[in-house]
Design a protein around this ligand. Sequence first.
Ligand SMILES: [Zn+2]
Length: 65
Amino acid sequence: MAKIQTFADKAAKAALQKGSKCPVCGTIRQPILLVSSEKSSVSSTWKFSERRVQVCKCNEKEIYA
Ligand SMILES: [Zn+2]
């Protein structure tokens, strides 16, 4: 039962992601993980932040530049 529920959850999430279409350019948004590094001014150590972004034709040039 638990396995079936998990699978259904994943399928539902996948369907949601596939369904996120950009209203501007009409392409399916691709979720990617964008990793950026920044140096902390306080401790002068590098920290990495990850964030999920949805890429479509509107912003792919900025993301992949
Ligand atoms: Zn777009």
